[in-house]
Design a protein around this ligand. Structure first.
Ligand SMILES: *[C@@H]1O[C@H](CO)[C@@H](O)[C@H](O)[C@H]1NC(C)=O
Ligand SMILES: *[C@@H]1O[C@H](CO)[C@@H](O)[C@H](O)[C@H]1NC(C)=O
Ligand SMILES: *[C@@H]1O[C@H](CO)[C@@H](O)[C@H](O)[C@H]1NC(C)=O
Ligand SMILES: *[C@@H]1O[C@H](CO)[C@@H](O)[C@H](O)[C@H]1NC(C)=O
Ligand SMILES: *[C@@H]1O[C@H](CO)[C@@H](O)[C@H](O)[C@H]1NC(C)=O
Ligand SMILES: *[C@@H]1O[C@H](CO)[C@@H](O)[C@H](O)[C@H]1NC(C)=O
Length: 203
C-alpha cells in the first residue's frame, strides 16, 4: 500500500528542509580572494523585492547575463551587462564600487546609490545580492549562477535565504534564458575584441 508510505515521507519533509541549507551571511568583508571568486561570466536567475521600484524594474528583465571584471587596486568591478528587456537587448558597461569592510557593491544610477550586500553560499558557482536587508518593507534578494540553468539544490539555497529574510517563494520573479536576445551582440563584441587584439599584436 503506497499511500501511508507517501504520507510518512511527506511528514518528514519539513524536518529535512529545516536541516539542509542554512542562511547565508551578508555581513562578510570582501577580500581579493572574494573578487577572484566572483570574476567572470554570470547569469541572473531570479529575484524577489519588496522595494517597489526594484520590483518593477525586475519584472521587465526577461533574461540577463554579465561579466564581472574586478580591479583590485581601484576597488571597482567593471560590469559588461547584456539584458533582454521587453523585445530588446540592452548593453551596459558600468562600474560597481567595492566597499570591502561592509561587503557591499554600489551602483550609481540616476543620481542614486544602490547598495547590494554580497552573499556567498557554500556553492561557489552561485552568489546573491541582498538589498535593504534590515528593512522588511524594502528588502530584496537576487540570485546569480555561472550557468543559465541551476540545479534544484542551488535553487533551494535561494529559497532558504528568502525564508531566512522573511520573504516568500511566491514573490520570486524568474528569468528565462530561452527569451535571451543578446547572444548576437555578445558574439559581435567578442569578434571585435579578437580583431582588436590581432591589430595590437601586429603593431
Ligand atoms: C555568519 O557570520 C557570523 C558572524 O561573523 C558567524 O559567527 C557565523 O558563523 C557565520 N555563519 C556562517 C554560516 O558562515
Ligand atoms: C586598475 O585600475 C588602475 C587605476 O585606475 C589602473 O591603473 C589599472 O590598469 C587597472 N587594472 C586593470 C587590470 O585593469
Ligand atoms: C589586493 O590586490 C591588490 C592588487 O593586486 C594589492 O595591491 C592589495 O595589496 C591586495 N590586498 C590584500 C589585502 O591582499
Ligand atoms: C525596444 O526598442 C524599440 C526601438 O528602439 C523601442 O521603440 C521600444 O520601445 C523598445 N522596447 C522596450 C520594451 O524597451
Ligand atoms: C558601506 O561602507 C561605505 C563606506 O564606509 C558606506 O559609504 C556605505 O554607506 C556602507 N553601505 C552600507 C549599505 O552600509
Ligand atoms: C532614470 O530616471 C528617469 C526619470 O525619472 C526614468 O525615466 C528612468 O527609467 C530611470 N532609469 C533607470 C535606469 O532607473
Amino acid at each position: 500500500m503506497a499511500l501511508p508510505w507517501v504520507l510518512a515521507v511527506l511528514s518528514l519533509l519539513p524536518l529535512l528542509d529545516a536541516q539542509s541549507p542554512t542562511c547565508t551571511n551578508y555581513t562578510v568583508p570582501i577580500t581579493n580572494a572574494t573578487l577572484d571568486q566572483i570574476s567572470g561570466k554570470w547569469y541572473y536567475i531570479a529575484s524577489a523585492f519588496h522595494h517597489l521600484e526594484y520590483k518593477e524594474s525586475a519584472t521587465k528583465f526577461k533574461a540577463s547575463f554579465f561579466y564581472f571584471m574586478p580591479n583590485h587596486t581601484e576597488d571597482k568591478i567593471w560590469v559588461r551587462e547584456y539584458s533582454t528587456i521587453g523585445d530588446n537587448c540592452t548593453y551596459e558597461f558600468s562600474p560597481l564600487t567595492i566597499y570591502r569592510e561592509n561587503g557591499t557593491l554600489m551602483k550609481y544610477e540616476n543620481g542614486t546609490r544602490n547598495y547590494g550586500h554580497l552573499m556567498l553560499p557554500k556553492d561557489r558557482s552561485t552568489f546573491m545580492l541582498a538589498f535593504f536587508p534590515e528593512d522588511p518593507q524594502q528588502i530584496g534578494l537576487s540570485f546569480y549562477a555561472d550557468k543559465p540553468e541551476v540545479t534544484p539544490e542551488q535553487m533551494e539555497q535561494f529559497y532558504e535565504d528568502l525564508r531566512c529574510r522573511g520573504m516568500k517563494k511566491s514573490e520570486v520573479l524568474y528569468t528565462d534564458e530561452k527569451k535571451d536576445l543578446c547572444k548576437p551582440l555578445e558574439k559581435q563584441h567578442e569578434e571585435e575584441k579578437k580583431k582588436e587584439s590581432e591589430r595590437t599584436e601586429k603593431d
